[in-house]
Each structure stands twice: as C-alpha cells, then as structure tokens.
Design a protein around this ligand. Structure first.
Ligand code: E4P
Length: 220
C-alpha cells in the first residue's frame, strides 16, 4: 500500500518525507488556505520534496476553466496530479487531462456509482472520503470494500483506490486489508501508526538490562 500525506504544510511534509515512508501528497483548497501561502508556490515546493504524485485541486466548477486550471497546475512539475471534483464537469475534465497524459485524482467520492464513473473517465486515482461518511453514520470502509471489489472485476480499469478523509490508524489497516492501493492520511495519523505501549515497555526493559552489562556495541 502506498502512503500519501494529506497536508499542505511543508514543514510536516519535509519531516515525514525523511522517514522514507511517504509516496505522495494530497492537498485540497482548505489545506492550502490553512498555510496562508500562494497555492502555486506551495505545490512547486512540495513537488521538489516528494518525488511521487502530488495532488493539486482545481477550484473552477465549469469544464473549460477547470481544464485551463488543470493544464496550468500540470505544468508546475512532472509529479503534479490534478485533482477534480466528482461532478459532470469534473469528469469531463478528467477525461481531457488523462488523454493529454496528466494524472488525475477524482475527489469527493461518496458512492460506488461515482467511483465507476471516475474509472471510466480515466482517473489515475479515485478518492472516497471514509471519515466524512463515518461522520454521517454511514460506513466509510464498506464503500472502500465495494469499490475495490468492483474495480477488480475490470482489469481494464487502471484507477487506484486512494482512501481519503482518514481519521485514525485503523482506517489505514482496514484499507490495507481490502487491498486499497493508497491511503492518504493527516501527518498525526502516520505518527500514531508507530505507537504501541508494549513497544515502549519492551524497549525500556531491554535498555535497562543492556545497561547492566556495561557494554557498548560501537566500542566493542
Ligand atoms: C483528500 O484528498 C482530502 O484532502 C482529505 O482526505 C479530506 O479529509 P477531511 O475529511 O479530513 O477533510
């Protein structure tokens, strides 16, 4: 499973990229707004830090303007993935950009029907939002299972399932269990994935016993 980081915060991206575990980045207009910085500068800088796909979202809602925005974003760096909303205009734009060889991430997916449309429109990624579905008492992970099952029936679909709106490590584990291609997670979720109290306890015990030996590996 690939790990993307869902943030536009360059500091967080640099720190987490250094772990070697980050395969890409997703941003959205809300995340960019939080930075208070110029969108295009932020995208260029992220693309220089992370070699994998970096999603940058269009903000127009009509096809002609979305296409212009998408083309402009795609020129910023080779690894830009243009993000479009799952609307009729968004999917038309997806098809046009995909035909030109640009990677497209179709966002704001909340149903299997929408995911089928995105695959037919040539999306590189479909982003179903699990957390936002859970928030309204729907089963976000059931949607991921459904989409993975459907896509597997059609080897001609090249669209990767990019699980979005992740809120906690178990969303990532469940997504991996059903074979989703990518999880995009806020930085805190990736950090939480390391944690287990038995790891901390076990390490403390090993180090205490080691200290009693008076040895040092580097001095040996
Ligand atoms: C995905 O690409 C979106 O940016 C993101 O996952 C949305 O998450 P949220 O529901 O936590 O805002």
């Amino acid at each position: 499973m690939k790990f993307f980081i869902d943030t536009a915060d360059l500091g967080e991206i640099r720190d987490l990229a250094a772990t070697g575990l980050v395969d890409g980045v997703t941003t959205n207009p809300s995340l960019v707004a939080k930075t208070g910085r110029k969108f295009l500068d932020v995208v260029k800088e992220i693309c220089a830090v992370v070699a994998g796909p970096v999603s940058a979202e269009v903000t127009a809602t009509d096809h002609a303007t979305m296409l212009k925005e998408g083309r402009k974003l795609a020129k910023l760096a080779k690894n830009v993935t243009v993000k479009v909303p799952l609307t009729p205009d968004g999917l038309k734009t997806c098809r046009a950009l995909a035909t030109e060889g640009t990677m497209v991430n179709v966002t704001l997916c909340f149903s299997a029907a929408q995911a089928i449309l995105a695959a037919k429109a040539g999306a590189s990624f479909i982003s179903p939002f699990v957390g936002r579905l859970d928030d309204v008492a729907s089963d976000g992970m059931a949607l991921i299972r459904d989409i993975c099952l459907i896509y597997r029936q059609y080897p001609t679909f090249k669209t990767e399932v990019l699980v979005a709106s992740i809120r906690h490590p178990m969303h990532v584990v469940e997504a991996a269990r059903v074979g989703a291609h990518v999880s995009t997670m806020p930085p805190n979720v990736l950090k939480q994935m390391y944690n287990h109290p038995l790891t901390d306890k076990g390490l403390a015990a090993f180090l205490a016993d080691w200290q009693k030996t008076g040895q040092s590996i580097l001095d040996a």
